[in-house]
Design a protein around this ligand. Structure first.
Ligand SMILES: C[S@@+](CC[C@H](N)C(=O)[O-])C[C@H]1O[C@@H](n2cnc3c(N)ncnc32)[C@H](O)[C@@H]1O
Length: 310
């Protein structure tokens, strides 16, 4: 059975601390950043990793950061330095990275970084609706302008469609039961908040999870977040857009947090390696070391894969 490692950032305590750049030591060691001219961080988030990356880059090199959520951009600008021309920030989905790079007239990139999932500021703000530990509107959109939220899915999809999401994107064993409880609950009134959703999930499966370490709502929340943000198709598309921009010897690094994402990264790298376009640098994914897991438990399910353009 493929076990889905749950994003451990669903932990109240972690959500309160400053974003700790997961696996940054391995990123800095593997990307030879001192010698790169154009580095693109496709998921700049709170800018913590970007700050480390920039500290290694030459002052002449260009850093392009993008994120589909611009809520953290003020923080990122403070972190990275406001007026520096060599730092370009864009509110963009990484599936549009080709357009961003074309706008900047960039034809070749030396380094791409994808640090997937959600950031601590997103998780810890109840208004964003990502956490079952904080009550808020059932939203979960990374891009606040996106058309579909978790509220729309939970209240409009059929029982079968919901069950499919919970099974496919959450690998939730009790997918049918949760979908059934949800559809019955929404007959009375729409399910509008994360607390309402959490209570319904707990009613449906709560006691079966008594012996497990994860909260019963973990998998369902993750599956809805993936569905709302089309995370898996976006990842596939983003990687396929990025690879053609890599110059010879350039590297692409992806940090993923669960097996569904990691599988996409592994298979994409393998497919391009079979065509002699990429060389796989990490035959097995790199993992956070014990020290990092101790310092930052949220890193424990991270996997880093790196490939190099031939
Ligand atoms: C784990 S956080 C990145 C944290 C960041 N590296 C840091 O050190 O602060 C992931 C970020 O990716 C963004 N994201 C996820 N999918 C995206 C996509 N398809 N396009 C652009 N940004 C995306 C999220 O909005 C979030 O800010």
């Amino acid at each position: 059975m493929s076990v889905l490692t749950i994003q451990p950032a669903f932990n109240d305590q972690m959500a309160e601390v400053n974003h700790y750049p997961v696996m940054h030591r391995q990123i800095l060691e593997s990307l030879d950043l001192q010698n790169r001219k154009v580095v693109v961080d496709c998921t700049v988030g709170a800018g913590a990793l970007a700050q480390k990356v920039l500290s290694q880059m030459s002052p002449e090199a260009l850093f392009v950061g993008m994120d589909k959520d611009e809520d953290t951009f003020e923080l990122v600008r403070k972190r990275l330095g406001k007026a520096e021309e060599r730092i370009q920030l864009f509110k963009a989905d990484f599936t549009d990275l080709d357009k961003v790079l074309e706008d900047l007239d960039i034809k070749e990139v030396d380094t791409f970084i994808f640090d997937l999932g959600i950031s601590t500021p997103q998780l810890s703000n109840p208004e964003r609706g990502f956490s079952f530990l904080k009550d808020g509107p059932l939203d979960m959109r990374m891009d606040k302008n996106a058309f579909v939220s978790a509220y729309d899915l939970v209240n409009n999809l059929s029982e079968r469609e919901l069950a499919n999401i919970f099974r496919k994107f959450g690998e939730e064993r009790h997918y049918r039961k949760v979908a059934n409880f949800l559809v019955r609950a929404r007959k009375n009134k729409p399910i509008a908040t994360t607390a309402e959703l959490t209570n319904i999930i707990t009613d449906a499966i709560g006691t079966r999870y008594r012996d497990l370490k994860i909260h019963p709502a973990t998998r369902v929340f993750q599956s809805l977040r993936i569905a709302v943000n089309r995370e898996l198709t976006a990842l596939e598309e983003g990687l396929k857009k990025a690879i053609p921009f890599l110059s010879a010897g350039a590297r692409i690094a992806v940090i993923s947090f669960h097996s569904l994402e990691d599988r996409i990264v592994k298979h994409t790298f393998r497919d391009y390696a079979q065509e002699d376009i990429l060389k796989i640098i990490t035959k097995k994914p790199l993992l956070p070391d014990d020290e990092e897991i101790r310092e930052n438990p949220a890193s424990r399910s991270a996997k880093l894969r790196i490939a190099e353009k031939i």
